[in-house]
Design a protein around this ligand. Structure first.
Ligand SMILES: NC(=O)c1ccc[n+]([C@@H]2O[C@H](COP(=O)([O-])OP(=O)(O)OC[C@H]3O[C@@H](n4cnc5c(N)ncnc54)[C@H](OP(=O)(O)O)[C@@H]3O)[C@@H](O)[C@H]2O)c1
Length: 383
């Protein structure tokens, strides 16, 4: 029987890759729900091809345009809460959470509460509320399968292994487009240069996060909750070739690494096929052509965002949510040309150490801290 799947953020980089995996496995899936924010043109093409029962458009202003262009009998939900309604109202076996940013928190929680398989690419909700999300998954018997390539790698390295024997988790990082730039040069890089990732083609926000290395910081927090690892057991290594997607060292000093071509269709397919593995039409990894595999420790002076993520993790409570919100606002400002690249960590640091947050790590408290952090950074930007 076909599995019913909902894809949140189908018009994005993860969403499109997910639909490509489904295209290659049409006999296995029935796409019952899709969501987008405002890219109506791409959304209409997807709806036309996959004919989902319902779709959600978070930007209500684009509702009429979507309705006009729709030829199938697909029902449209619109507005900020429409993604949650989509997830709650559809009968599904798998939800792929591929939207970007904190907007994914409530719809992801809704998917988890259904007690089904949830493929998570949208790391920001795990950063904000990882403890709550993973506890809810346990309570509701939902299976969270990571789609981030590093976490998918760790998940695969841990398959059948005794978790109590883990010595450390090593997340690899490509180093992004500015790996070899000096601190002085980093001050003058442009959004266009920052968006030009050497290995991965991704959405704008994660591309900037990769350039600042905040992406790795967010991934450290994501790993802390997905694998229940204390921060001191999580290490980051720069690995520019992006062949080793991450690794685990065990107490006997054995290291298990997961390797593969850098293509998000691989971890997406794995999240859908687990515990099986489906054949893919990708080129195999040819290690004889890879002249070398390099590894190095990250430079926290040039990439202070990574250090700030560890700071947020050790402060605990609502601070990862503060970090995430401050980063979202700072990245938007950088993309809009309002601030320089090295202003991003400065703004985040100001929010993180501003002493303006209540120590309330309930979901409500986490969301309130996120809004307060957005306010703090926005008001600094207005000065
Ligand atoms: N891209 C990758 O290779 C990759 C790898 C690992 C992890 N991730 C993670 O996966 C997530 C998605 O990344 P991406 O690169 O696919 O992003 P993206 O290309 O920017 O796509 C984002 C998707 O979410 C929708 N969206 C954006 N803001 C929204 C909002 N406020 N409410 C509802 N929907 C919204 C977009 O709709 P519109 O198109 O209509 O704007 C689009 O469908 C991020 O959390 C990222 O860190 C991505």
């Amino acid at each position: 029987m076909k599995r019913k799947i909902v894809i949140l953020g189908s018009t994005g980089s993860i969403g499109e890759n997910c639909l490509e995996v489904i295209r290659a496995n049409r006999e296995k899936f029935d796409v019952v729900g899709l969501s987008a924010r405002s890219n109506v043109k791409k959304f209409l093409e997807q709806v036309d091809e996959f004919k989902p029962k319902k779709v959600a458009l978070s930007n209500a202003g684009s509702f009429l345009k979507l309705k006009k262009g729709l030829s199938s009998g697909t029902k449209i939900l619109a507005g900020e809460d429409s993604l949650t309604e989509l997830v709650e109202s559809l009968k599904s076996d798998v939800v792929v959470s591929g939207i970007v940013g904190s907007a994914g928190l409530i719809p992801t929680m809704a998917a988890i509460k259904k007690g089904i398989r949830v493929g998570i690419a949208n790391k920001e909700p795990l950063v904000m509320a990882g403890k709550i999300i993973t506890a809810a998954a346990k309570r509701c018997k939902a299976t969270i399968i990571p789609i981030d390539s590093e976490h998918s790698a760790i998940w695969q390295c841990l398959n059948g292994e005794p978790k109590k024997r883990i010595k450390k988790i090593v997340l690899t990082a490509s180093g992004g487009p500015f790996m070899n730039k000096s601190l002085k040069q980093l001050k003058n890089v442009t959004p266009a240069e920052a968006l030009n990732h050497p290995k991965w083609k991704m959405g704008n926000k994660i591309s900037i996060d990769s350039a600042t290395m905040m992406n790795k910081g967010l991934e450290v927090i994501e790993a802390r909750w997905l694998f229940n690892m204390p921060p001191e057991k999580i290490e980051v290594l720069i690995h520019p070739q992006s062949i080793v997607h991450s690794m685990v060292e065990f107490e006997d000093t054995s290291v298990i690494a997961q390797m593969g071509v850098p293509d998000m269709k691989v971890p997406i397919a794995y999240a859908l096929s687990y515990p099986d593995r489906w054949p893919a039409s990708l080129k195999s990894l040819d290690l004889s052509k890879e002249k070398r595999l390099d590894f190095a420790s990250p430079d926290l002076k040039r990439f202070p965002c990574l250090k700030l993520a560890f700071d947020a993790l050790s402060k605990g409570s609502v601070f990862p949510s503060v970090l995430n919100a401050a980063n979202e606002v700072a990245v938007e400002a950088f993309l809009a040309g309002k601030i320089g690249f090295m202003e991003i960590p400065k703004l985040i640091k100001k929010a993180l150490f501003s002493n303006s947050f209540d120590d309330d790590d309930s979901l409500k408290g986490i969301i309130a801290a996120s809004s307060a952090a957005r306010e703090i950074v926005s008001s600094i930007l207005k000065r």
